[in-house]
Design a protein around this ligand. Structure first.
Ligand code: AMP
Length: 422
């Protein structure tokens, strides 16, 4: 049996980086008042179709959708924003305090063509803020991403930001885009032709060569912002500049989901070939209302966890595996019972300890200790038990000392403290 295409195991030898990122992200978000939320991996299909948009790649081609035994249409979540918004509305969070900051970490599912940095089950780290219209919160989210990447030692990342405008200014922009396209509409690909009516912004994101050529010199949303959107975007930019966050304005950035308004951004890397986006985010001031809640401004981002880990791996940021503190080497049945009890006791004290119950010889148990990269070995043979004196061997220096069995835990606590452990 093998995993299905696009799905993979993350094995214990690779988990160090994942845990490091999770800890740093949780600590940083918590410090900024973001609280963890956990949402189901399955929702009604309708939730994603309505929020992400019917005419998007995700909804048209990539969702894992199925009918359950009662015929309800369900989907494995392809992203988190829709579900978190659903939760915000379902629990009437807006009634108690409309301002909410969330983060979540978990798997998403999209049936894309698998390749390096692109999986069908992948992980995202999300942060979302509800109830704040101010541009300072846009800056805060981009600042947080920047800070997280800095703490993780990531270099070579660039933030691309853009403003997509709002329902106020979008009609004028769409008209300008249509006027510009004029006859060129004929050469657009089928997707673009179809999407032109529903969300013309998506044309700007098309990767098809003929569409790209047709769009050369096309109007940009930033050049058609209404005064309120322009002010908003100016504050985002000046705040980031004041905080020394590196970014560039990218007029062609639109992002693939329908619900975005105003600020949108992407963090890109050159380290992963074609899959260059490590994180993306944006404002979605209309979504809560669209899903049946009150008008509530909102904004958030998603980090591609798998890609982040791949970049960190390339930069040699994987944490070293900690060596085992102690291996207890039991010789004989009576020693095994003791070894078991001691290893439990020592592990509880924070001295990482393992032993072996297979009744093997001294030689093979020493090999095992080596394999486990143990710093010390505690030899518990029959004569040592009879004399109540165990032998502690330092695996680096090969020095051996005797330890009184009755004060084993105390003696070891002192030794590991001396070595900055325990
Ligand atoms: P999106 O939800 O499409 O804005 O994606 C946010 C981030 O998730 C992207 O910038 C990627 O880093 C990551 N991502 C999206 N799709 C995949 C995928 N199929 N495999 C791995 N990472 C992905």
């Amino acid at each position: 049996m093998q995993t299905i295409r696009g799905f993979r195991d993350i094995l214990p030898e690779h988990i160090g980086l994942w845990q490091k990122v999770e800890q740093e992200a949780a600590a940083l978000f918590t410090a900024f008042g973001y609280r963890e939320i956990r949402i189901p991996v399955i929702e009604k299909t309708q939730l994603f179709a309505r929020s992400i948009g019917e005419a998007t790649d995700i909804v048209e081609k990539e969702m894992y959708t199925f009918e359950d035994r009662k015929g309800d249409k369900l989907t494995l979540r392809p992203e988190a924003t829709a579900s978190i918004s659903r939760s915000y509305i379902q629990h009437k969070m807006y009634a108690v305090d409309p301002v909410r900051k969330f983060f979540m970490i978990g798997p998403m599912f999209r049936r894309e063509r698998p390749q390096k940095g692109r999986y069908r089950q992948f992980y995202q780290i999300d942060a979302e803020v509800f109830g704040v219209e101010s541009a300072y919160i846009d800056s805060e989210l981009i600042f947080l991403l920047n800070e997280l990447f800095k703490r993780l030692g990531l270099t070579g990342l660039t933030a691309h930001i853009n403003s997509l405008g709002c329902p106020e200014c979008r009609p004028a922009f769409q008209k300008a885009l249509m006027d510009f396209l004029g006859d060129r509409k004929e050469v657009l690909c089928d997707n673009c032709t179809r999407r032109m009516k529903k969300n013309p912004l998506r044309i700007l994101d098309c990767k098809v060569e003929t569409c790209r050529q047709a769009l050369e010199g096309a109007p940009a949303t930033v050049d058609h912002l209404c005064p309120a959107c322009e002010d908003h975007f100016n504050i985002v930019r000046s705040t980031l500049e004041n905080q020394n966050v590196d970014f560039s304005v990218d007029k062609s950035l639109v992002r693939g989901l329908d619900y975005y308004t105003r600020t949108a951004w992407e963090i890109q890397t050159s380290a992963l070939g074609a899959q260059s986006a490590v994180a993306g985010g944006g404002r979605y001031d209309g979504l809560v209302k669209e899903l049946g809640g009150p008008q509530t401004p909102a904004i958030g981002f998603a980090i591609g966890f798998d890609r982040l880990v791949e970049v960190m791996d390339q930069l040699g940021k994987a944490p070293k595996e900690e060596p085992l503190d102690l291996f207890i080497l039991p010789l004989g049945e009576g020693a095994m019972e003791k070894a078991y009890a001691w290893s439990c006791e020592l592990n509880l004290l924070g001295i990482t300890t393992q032993t072996d119950f297979r009744g093997r010889s001294m030689k093979s148990l020493m090999k095992r200790a080596d394999k486990l990269n143990a710093r010390y070995v505690l030899i518990a043979g029959e004569s040592e038990l009879a004399e109540k004196k165990l032998i502690l061997r330092d695996m680096n220096t090969k020095d051996q000392v005797n330890i009184a069995m009755d004060c084993l835990a105390d003696e070891l606590k002192t030794i590991f403290k001396k070595n900055n452990k325990g």
